[in-house]
Design a protein around this ligand. Structure first.
Ligand code: NAD
Length: 481
């Protein structure tokens, strides 16, 4: 059983003074998989102090050097792929192919920001054109300072890479708090920092839950920047904490994203997109397109194509290469989703597929892949993030109705459009209120492009130059001559 009863502070694994531990559970076998320390405010103090000590040196190193460290981190992470894949699959319940995606995308992200770090110095001091010859203005980008990075469990290496890589590239030092639900994969990041001898204190990792670590970390006055990915209630608490001391905050929160299937779409191809948009990672994806809006002309063939594909999903051991849907991450998540299914029964929703249509594996926190049709827009299942393999569908008469219903949501993280005419589909896409919109493609998030939500789905952007800017302050320097 892997244990991490230590915290990674100031370049070393140190014993926490906290005596409580958190048991990490394998959601397929429903047995303990490992333990981590339930850190406390003293651990947070020590980690923030280490990050503050490391800041002046790290900030002042040439971007080239920081880029080289990020490349070393990426190389070492890629080298651990074989060992990390089964660990991610066991801890999070993901099928192996999805675990591979978590590692490969994280490696790509570290490599992308290695290049960004190298290019940073050449862009420093860029002239600003003024209509006043008496003075000259230049722009510099300084790191914000010490950053607290708080992440969820659903893509452990990717969500952390999206924060760690740009923060370190920008010259920030960090205190990273992985989720207490599935933190075993992220321990590798601290192991790598130690193995490549990243300067002490630049990257600190504290294990623990929200009460022990998340809340003291977000309130700590030694933190200059808070970057949070997770649920809305927690994100709002982090934002309130950031208000103390007027600190910089970025939030990546929940979603209830729509997928629009236009009447010129091929139903079979559209069904592929709908499946990939919702059933990946057993629906535990922030950008999952969980609201299907299909033109009434092709609704029936699309539902038929979807039910065939849902029946073909293989629920089972995440380590079995044949498995296409693993268990939910823990008992709590399964119960949360089951509560929504009970609401659906109370509301009399029509299930084209649900638990009545298949036998679940004998153990594991499984939820049967579920498809409801004709879901009213006032239903809680239509409006709230379920974070499970539950697809809600309804028919629309035309593009205008599809857009209006798609935008009728508190959230705005992502959206998809599937249609035969790419120009018409792109026109529809432009009218959607979401940070990430895919047209006739699957949910992909390359490191060069932006990621983030509008409305209640968050504040700010990760990835691309925007992700780097989130860890930078712009300094405007004006001088005569
Ligand atoms: P969560 O909010 O329960 O926990 C996320 C992290 O925040 C954990 O590390 C947790 O310990 C910590 N935390 C919780 N309360 C806190 C508080 N008050 N102060 C400080 N830290 C606190 O979320 P989760 O269940 O781990 O993840 C699922 C949620 O994350 C979903 O809503 C999903 O949509 C969202 N998510 C969003 C994105 C995105 O890019 N927008 C990506 C992945 C997940």
């Amino acid at each position: 059983m892997p244990d991490s009863l230590h915290q990674f502070i100031d370049g070393r694994w140190v014993a926490s003074r906290a005596t409580r531990t958190l048991t990490i559970v394998d959601p397929y076998h429903e047995v303990p998989l490992g333990r981590v320390t339930a850190g406390d405010a003293q651990d947070v103090d020590a980690a923030v102090a280490a990050a503050r000590r490391a800041l002046p040196d790290w900030r002042d190193r040439p971007g080239d050097e920081r880029g080289a460290w990020l490349d070393r981190l990426a190389d070492d992470l890629a080298g651990r792929r074989g060992a990390l894949m089964p660990l991610i699959a066991r801890n999070g319940g993901k099928p192996l192919a999805e675990a591979a995606f978590d590692i490969d995308d994280a490696v790509a992200c570290y490599r992308y920001y290695a290049v960004q770090a190298r290019e940073l110095d050449a862009r420093q001091g860029a002239s600003v054109t003024l209509d006043n010859d008496a003075v000259r203005a230049r722009c510099y980008r300084d790191p914000v300072g010490v950053a607290a990075l708080i992440t969820p469990w659903n893509f452990p290496l990717v969500t952390s890479a999206w924060k760690l890589a740009p923060a370190l590239a920008a010259g920030c030092t960090v205190v990273f708090k992985p989720s207490e639900v599935a933190p075993l994969p992220e321990q590798a990041i601290a192991e790598i920092a130690a193995a490549i001898e990243l300067p002490r204190g630049v990257l600190n990792l504290i294990n623990g839950d929200a009460d022990g670590v998340g809340i003291p970390l977000s309130r700590h006055p030694g933190i200059d920047k808070l970057s949070f990915t997770g649920s809305n209630p927690a994100g709002e608490a982090v934002m309130r904490a950031a208000a103390e001391g007027t600190r910089n905050v970025s939030l990546e929160l929940g979603g209830k994203s729509p997928i629009l299937v236009l009447d010129d779409a091929d139903p079979e191809r559209a069904a592929e997109r709908v499946m990939n948009g919702l059933f990946f990672n057993a629906g535990q994806v922030c950008s999952a397109t969980s609201r299907l809006l299909v033109h009434q002309a092709i609704a029936e063939p699309l539902y038929a194509a979807l039910t065939r594909r849902i029946d073909a999903l293989v629920l089972g051991d995440p380590l079995d290469p044949a498995t296409t849907q693993g268990p939910q991450v823990n008992r709590r998540q399964r119960e949360r989703i089951a509560a929504y299914l009970a609401v659906a029964r109370d509301e009399g929703l029509t299930a084209l597929r649900d638990a009545r249509h298949r036998d679940l594996p004998e153990h594991g926190y499984f939820i049967a892949p579920t498809l409801y049709r004709d879901v009213p827009t006032h239903s809680r299942l239509w409006r709230e993030e379920i974070f499970g393999p539950v697809l809600c569908a309804r028919q629309v008469a035309d593009d205008a109705e599809a857009v209006a219903l798609a935008n009728d949501s508190d959230f705005g993280l992502a959206a998809s459009v599937v249609g035969g005419d790419p120009e018409r589909a792109a026109r529809v896409a432009r009218r959607l209120e979401a940070g990430n919109v895919w047209v006739n493609t699957d949910q992909i998030a390359p490191p060069q492009a932006a990621w983030g939500g509008v409305k209640r789905s968050g504040i700010g952007r990760e990835l691309g130059p925007w992700g780097l800017a989130a860890y930078q302050e712009v300094k405007h320097l004006m001088a005569t001559g």
